[in-house]
Design a protein around this ligand. Structure first.
Ligand SMILES: *Cc1c(COP(=O)(O)O)cnc(C)c1O
Length: 233
């Protein structure tokens, strides 16, 4: 299957999942998770109609961007971001989805202020409470959202989560539901410097469940590009 056939088939699945949940398919954005795919394949995904691109590694981002990989679509950063690479990402992407700890939030806000820009961000939530994963707890995120006025370099646009690896279909519904509840809780508070417009959850194996639970952005890699070859280079 070609990338464009894959994207068409994902669009059909998005439509079906949205309609089954009584939602408008137009509310759901398809982000291509482009890690380990070269600039040409990323452009192919854009030509096939994905809405945005998401890159995991700073090194890949700085290699592909000058090649015009993301041209015409918003670029998001979705991977773990080290503090010493913050300057390469702030202002170079539309949204940093993976703000997963206080030090990073502070560093991103300061870097953006130095440049005189406002960086859109999402807070990454460790929704499964997994020890080895970074991310805020729901309680921390709720508290932090009330203080977003203290971080003038950023604008909080929503939440992102990567739930635990599931054993079987449907296992992640409970995490997606918790995410939606947190999203709505923060949205209703109408805090300063917070505009909850993006709930980023759902990947190749579970995006239909995420849509059923209220996702507004799914991040899909494998179903667009095929399996990644981690042995290559
Ligand atoms: C790789 C990746 C995805 C996409 O995963 P697939 O299972 O290949 O669809 C989504 N989100 C993040 C943060 C990723 O790193």
């Amino acid at each position: 299957m070609s990338i464009s056939e894959n994207v068409a088939s994902i669009r059909a699945r998005i439509r079906a999942a949205a309609e089954a949940a009584g939602r408008d398919p137009g509310e759901i954005t398809l982000l291509a998770a482009t890690k380990m795919n070269d600039a040409e394949r990323v452009r192919e995904a854009i030509a096939a109609g994905v809405d945005a691109c998401g890159e995991n590694r700073v090194q890949e981002l700085v290699q592909k961007k000058p090649l015009g990989a993301y041209e015409g679509k918003p670029l998001h950063f979705i991977g773990h971001l080290q503090l010493n690479k913050v300057n390469k990402v702030v202002g170079a992407v539309d949204v940093i989805q993976s703000v997963d700890r206080m030090e990073l939030l502070e560093a991103v806000s300061q870097a953006a202020q130095r440049r005189g820009i406002c960086q859109k961000i999402l807070l990454e939530i460790n929704i499964g409470g997994e020890e080895q994963k970074s991310g805020f707890t729901p309680e921390q995120a709720l508290e932090l959202a009330s203080h977003m006025g203290d971080y003038p370099g950023v604008s909080l646009q929503g939440l992102m989560a990567i739930p635990p690896i599931s054993e079987k279909k449907g296992d992640n519904c409970k995490y997606f539901e918790k995410m939606r509840n947190l999203f709505v809780d923060i949205q209703e508070k109408k805090y300063d410097n917070v505009s909850m417009v993006c709930l980023s959850m759902g990947m190749t194996d579970d995006f239909e469940d995420a849509i059923a639970e209220g996702s507004t952005m799914i991040r899909v890699g494998t179903a667009i590009f095929g399996a990644r070859n981690y042995n290559k280079s």
